[in-house]
Design a protein around this ligand. Sequence first.
Ligand code: ADP
Length: 428
Amino acid sequence: MGEGSAVANFLRRTLWPLVVGMAAGALLVALRAPAWLVAGGLLLLSVAAITMALRTRTAMLTVTRADEALGRTILPPLAREVFEHLPDPLLLLDAGGRVLFANSAMRAVVGVGSENKHVSALLRTPLVLEAIAHTSTSGEPGAVEFSIPVPVERFYQAYVARSATEPPITTFLLHDLTAIKRTEQMRADFVANASHELRTPLSAVSGFIDTLKGHARDDVEARDRFLDIMSVEAGRMRRLIEDLLSLTRIELNEHVRPAGVVALEAIVRETAAALMPLAKSDDIAVEVVAASGLPLVVGERDELIQLFQNLIHNAIKYGKSGGHVWITLATAPGPGGRGAGEMVSVAVRDDGEGIAVDAIPRLTERFYRVDVRRSRERGGTGLGLAIVKHIVNRHQGRLSIESQAGAGSTFTVFLPCAPPDNTVTELL
Ligand code: ADP
C-alpha cells in the first residue's frame, strides 16, 4: 500500500463522524433545540471521532510492522544473529525485490536503513539487478562479478539464489574480490616492470653484438670499448636477476620467524668492511659506532647482511663524494614503550643528496627510484629498499626513514632483542 493512499484512507475513516456531527448540530440549532442538547451531542460525536482515529492509526501501524516483521518471521532469532555476523555481505529480498534483511557487512556496502527499500535503490549495477530479477522469477541460481567505483573501487562476486519456501525469498550474497584483484594487478605490474628492466640492458648487449659482427669487426679499439659496455650491461642484468630471486625467496619466508640469534655489531662491521673499497673509490669515510653491551637479536644472519649491505651501499651510492657515512648501533624501547621488549637500532646516515619528503613513503616500492638515471648510473636495480622492507617485516622489526632534500638521509632499522636466557629452540 502506498503512503499517500494510506493517509487518504486514514482521513476518510476519521473525518466522517465530525462531518455528520456538524450537520446534526446545525439541524438542532435550526430546530431551536436547547443549547445543552447541542453541546452534549457534539461532545459525544467528538469522543467517537477520537476513538475511531486511534483505532485506525493502530491498524496502520500493524500493517507496516507486519511488513518489517516479515524479515523477522522468516528469520528465526538464531539465524538472524548468525547472518548478522557473517563476514560476507548478505541481503534477503521478497519476491518483488524489496529488502527483508541486510546484515552488518551489507550495511557497510549499501548504507544503513535499507530494509523495506527496493534493491534497485541500493545497488545500481544493471548486471546485478538483472541477475536478481532473473533468479527471482525463474528460480535459477546465478553469479555475477561487478565493481563499486566509489569511494575506493571495490570488486565483488555476487551469488543469487531463490528459496523453495512460500513466500519465496531471494538471497543475494557478496564475496569481496578486492584484495585478490589488487594482488593480480600487482603481479602483472611487477612482471611488466621486471621485463622492462631486463629488456634495456639486453637490447644494449644484442645491439653491440650486431655492431661487432658488422662494421666494427676489425676495429680493435671500438671492440674493446663495446666489450666493456657489454660487461657493464651484463652485470646489471645479473644484479637484477639476483635481486629478483632474493625478493621472491624473502617473500616466501616472510611468515616464518627467523630461527637464529645474532650479534648485530659484528654483522654491521663485517658488511661495512666489505663495502670499504666502494666507499674509498668515492672518497667517502665510513664510521661505525656501537653502544657497549648491545643485546643479541632474533635474526637470520644472511638476510641481515643483505639488509645492511643495501642500506650502507645506498648511503655510499647517493652520498657526497668526499663525504661521510655514519653507522650507529644502540638499544631502543620496543613499540609498546619501555619494558615492552627492547630493540636494537641501527641508523645509517649519510651527508648526500637527501630525498624529497613526498618521495619517502614510496621508497620501499619495487622499482621505485627518485632519479632513475642516477640509480642506473650507480648500478641500482630499484629493488634494494623493497628487499630491506621484507627482511625487516620478517624480523618483526621497523624501518624509519628521515631525510631532507640536500641535507642527507638517515635509514634506521629496529630489530627485537632475543630473550635474555634464550636458546635457539626457545625462539621457534
Ligand atoms: P636502487 O637500486 O635504485 O638504489 P633502492 O630500492 O635501494 O634502489 O632505492 C630506491 C631509491 O631510493 C633510489 O633509487 C634512490 O633514489 C633513493 N635512495 C635510497 N637510498 C638513498 C639515500 N641514502 N640517499 C638518497 N636517496 C636514496
